[in-house]
Design a binder for this molecule. Structure first.
Ligand code: ATP
Ligand code: MN
Length: 562
């Protein structure tokens, strides 16, 4: 009886010829065009999320050493779909003139966006229930944004609850006015993509003027997180605040360090340091007060994860964390070495799952800025010191390397250059971020280093990957300041300073030429990589941008291309 009455009440209002459920009205969803769902699961607690995930049969519970952890598969897509990202181009609008249009930010017309939008909301208007999360992005109140997510699955809400800054008080949720809303209709496949001139059935489409985005056709959790990151990369620099694809931690003396790097270079692994407190593992801002995390959680890779090598991350995998695309053994335990689902198995967890997290998620101006690269050519030293000009050159280059295949000995590494170590998420021209960083580094006299977490002693297939232990020793030497006591030599090709040796790291490891069997082979490879740097950098030498090319490799291209 009570139930029937409440149902009657909930459809009592009629707007534009449609019935508006009381709950949609209460949360303001009708302003987005969502009228129908009568039950809205708003910011569920972790135990509630688990109940929903299990009731909806969205995944399984895995027996992990530190607690049972819910685990889901994201289906066809186990990584982001960068080619399916679109931004509405409203001719002559403010966003039109600000945005860095091109392959990263591809324009769509307001009409196509409206089509995609209608598909997303029609889907929600066919549902009785949906999930609504309200939270924040950015730990500094001066630039914090209020973000809202509409989801059809409980695990998707679980993911954003892990990743974004969670409201701590119910009263914050009352009359929440979002700065931006993402409507994630992951199960809707856009059949009309060809006629619309899009790339595939998947679409991640942003409308900055309307402050709303839709996701169609992909269930990958990272789209939610990186979607908002792209927006922070738009809003913050326009407010004069630097936004960065980097991790950050803070030492016992309050010194902070940043670790920039592309995917798989070690931001998450290396920022979780037992000697230091974690500020965040992936996205940060830098304003006049210092640095701050955008997020409220971490998103770690699980491939080959072991308690020995990465104890903090391993222990963070416990109840309330969420495993994605991780192989499950028959006894319901996870198998992190089995990559048959994907190499990109992940776990998201709220940041407090790391024991030594830094509660304010903010810190002072960084004393050290580290650029991580995973050099599969085996050329770059495990650590080198950069001059301010070299720092800018490497920031704009954003180099790392991928290993194309997995067969030993026969695959060539593939170089990736991605501006600002995160080109896929830049919404403004790379020089905007470079100018901001240059000023920050100069004003705060921060030291800059390049750390190679990739191969040594030869390229992929011949040499070996730097051990996490050795990389940590190099980073320890930077953060303790001991590196300043070392003798340095100049790299004859790249021009940066290489320490001769460091505590626990022998000269053979410190200088890669000694780690290779044959120094001619080494230099041949080094020139090859240098040529790729120069080739890539030529796009930053045009008019209107500061030219840092003189800080790149110092051997002329035509000499070594012969
Ligand atoms: P993303 O942006 O995708 O989150 P990330 O920069 O955070 O990427 P990590 O998750 O830290 O990258 O991944 C680094 C991977 O490389 C981990 O799986 C780690 O175990 C492995 N690894 C192997 N050797 C090293 C090393 N010497 N230093 C750092 N990581 C290493
Ligand atoms: Mn990471």
């Amino acid at each position: 009886m009570l139930l029937r009455l409440s149902r009657q009440l909930s459809i009592s209002k009629k707007i534009k010829g449609r019935y508006l459920s009381t709950t949609c009205n209460q949360f303001g969803l009708h302003k987005l065009g969502i009228y129908k769902p009568e039950i809205i699961h708003h910011n569920l607690s972790y135990p509630e999320l688990l109940r929903h995930e299990q009731k909806n049969k969205e995944g399984t519970l895995m027996k992990c050493k530190y607690g049972d952890t819910f685990s889901i598969d994201t289906g066809k897509f186990t990584g982001r779909s960068p080619k399916d990202k679109w931004i509405v181009k409203e001719v002559d609008s403010e966003t039109d003139s600000n945005i860095w249009w091109g392959n990263v930010n591809k324009p769509i017309s307001p009409e196509i966006f409206d089509d995609l939008y209608t598909k997303a909301i029609s889907h929600f208007n066919s549902l009785d229930e949906c999930y609504l999360f309200d939270g924040y992005c950015g730990a500094s109140l001066k630039s914090q944004k209020r973000v809202r997510f509409v989801h059809e699955l409980a695990w998707q809400q679980h993911f954003v609850s892990n990743m974004f800054i969670r409201p701590t008080n119910k009263s914050e949720l009352y009359n929440f006015q979002p700065d931006f809303t993402i409507i994630n209709a992951c199960s809707v496949v856009n059949q009309d993509w060809k006629e619309q001139g899009l790339n595939s059935e998947v679409a991640i489409a942003f409308n900055l003027e309307k402050k709303v985005a839709v996701i169609l056709g992909t269930w990958y959790g990272g789209e939610n997180k990186k979607g908002i990151f792209s927006l922070m990369n738009y809003w913050l620099p326009l407010e004069g605040v630097m936004s960065m694809h980097c991790s950050a931690n803070i030492g016992q003396d309050g010194d902070t360090a940043l670790f920039f790097g592309l995917s798989g270079t070690g931001k998450t692994t290396l920022s979780a340091d037992p000697q230091r407190n974690l500020i965040g593992d992936d996205e940060h801002g830098w304003d006049q007060d210092g640095i701050f995390n955008f997020e409220g959680g971490c998103y770690a890779k699980t491939i080959n994860l072991s308690e020995d090598n990465e104890p903090d991350i391993y222990k963070a995998i416990r109840t309330d964390a969420l495993l994605e695309n991780v192989y499950q053994n028959e006894d319901q335990t996870p198998d992190y070495d089995n990559v048959s689902k994907t190499q990109n198995g992940r776990v998201s967890y709220p940041i407090y799952h790391i024991d030594n997290w830094h509660r304010p998620q903010q810190g002072g101006h960084p004393k050290n800025v580290i650029f991580l690269t995973c050099d599969a050519f085996g050329v770059l030293p495990p650590v080198s010191k950069l001059s301010p000009g070299q720092a800018m050159y490497h920031f704009l280059s954003g180099y790392t390397a991928k290993v194309a295949g997995t067969e030993r000995g026969i695959t060539e590494p593939e170089a990736t250059f991605s501006a600002c170590f995160g080109e896929a998420f830049l919404t403004l021209h790379p020089s905007k971020y470079a100018d901001l960083l240059q000023k920050k580094l100069e004003d705060n006299q921060s030291n800059a280093y390049l750390v190679n977490t990739g191969w040594t002693g030869g390229p992929y297939g011949v040499g070996s990957r730097m051990s996490i232990k050795e990389t940590r020793l190099c980073i320890d030497a930077i953060l303790s300041g001991e590196i300043e006591q070392a003798d340095f030599t100049e790299d004859p090709v790249f021009g940066f300073q290489i320490p001769v040796e460091l505590p626990g790291v022998s000269p053979k490891v410190c200088n890669p030429v000694h780690a290779w069997d044959n120094s001619d082979d080494y230099y041949h490879q080094s020139y090859k990589l240098a040529a790729m740097f120069q080739e890539n950098y030529s796009k930053y030498t045009g008019e209107g941008v500061t030219d840092y090319s003189q800080y790149g490799p110092i051997i002329k291209r035509d000499v070594f291309l012969k």
